[in-house]
Design a protein. Structure first.
Length: 63
């Protein structure tokens, strides 16, 4: 059985994923389709987002 602290951490990550999902998707779209200068700036902004806002880091959120 998982510790309560681990469960709380997963809940916190899920909230971050939901909070930044729209912004992350918009930046990824710019990275993939924008001009090189725009893509670079968008990649920098994407890297500045919290690490735990990436859905890959959350085990309970559907990917």
């Amino acid at each position: 059985m998982a510790k309560e602290s681990m469960k709380a951490r997963e809940v916190k990550r899920a909230k971050l994923v939901a909070k930044y999902a729209e912004k992350r998707a918009a930046l990824k779209k710019i990275v993939n389709t924008g001009s090189p200068v725009e893509a670079y700036e968008a990649a920098q902004k994407l890297q500045a987002l919290p690490r735990n806002s990436n859905p890959i880091r959350c085990t309970t959120v559907a990917r």
